[in-house]
Write a protein of this length. Structure first.
Length: 201
């Protein structure tokens, strides 16, 4: 306990002389908590803990619902939406509220593939419409293969793919120079399964 005179002196040093709590405690040989109780510091903390009402408080449910549906909507667009609804505050005040309420952006995860030369290739078929040959119309297909390491591309247009989705026999018998023998030899079993997309490794 401190005397009323000490309490008055602490308050004078703090409010009139603007001494810090630690300086007053050292000068009067008292604990800093005693100084805080004398100057009633909790009264200032309670005042700071109570946020003042603002003009945007009435529209917080609408802002929260709109941001939940459109999380990337700009505060300027929200300002234009709130004005016809009766909002009379400033755009700066609205921007502060939107910054606190905007949902955090979720980052998408990506798997970065690292392959050696000739280790992997990606292959796919594509349809490029129809070609007239005499009185017949035949589908024009394209087989594309890309090496994952060098990004080298090989494209083969053919009229012989048909519904079976196979390369012509000459193409399989003489594979293009796409890479090491391990890649070239693995083409035939993959293509025989009629894939719409395949990864050759």
């Amino acid at each position: 306990m401190i005397s009323p005179e000490q309490r008055a002196e602490i308050r004078r040093l703090f409010y009139a002389e603007h001494w810090k709590v630690g300086t007053i405690a050292s000068a009067l040989s008292v604990h800093p908590d005693t100084v805080r109780r004398a100057i009633e510091a909790e009264r200032f903390l309670a005042h700071l803990a109570r946020p003042r009402p603002t003009k945007v408080d009435t529209f917080l449910p609408f802002i929260r619902e709109t941001l939940a549906t459109y999380p990337r909507l700009r505060s300027t667009r929200l300002f234009e939406m709130l004005r016809p609804r009766g909002y009379t505050g400033s755009q700066v005040q609205l921007r502060r509220a939107v910054r606190r309420m905007r949902p955090a952006r979720t980052e998408e995860a990506y798997l970065r593939l690292r392959v050696m030369a000739g280790e992997q290739a990606q292959a796919d078929w594509g349809c490029f419409g129809w070609v007239g040959t005499g009185r017949a119309r035949r589908p024009l297909s394209c087989f594309v293969m890309v090496l994952s390491w060098s990004r080298a591309i090989h494209a083969l247009f053919t009229l012989e793919a048909g519904h079976a989705g196979r390369l012509p026999a000459p193409a399989l018998a003489q594979p293009p120079p796409l890479g090491p023998p391990s890649v070239r030899l693995s083409l035939e079993p993959v293509l025989s399964g009629n894939p719409s997309s395949a990864i050759v490794a």
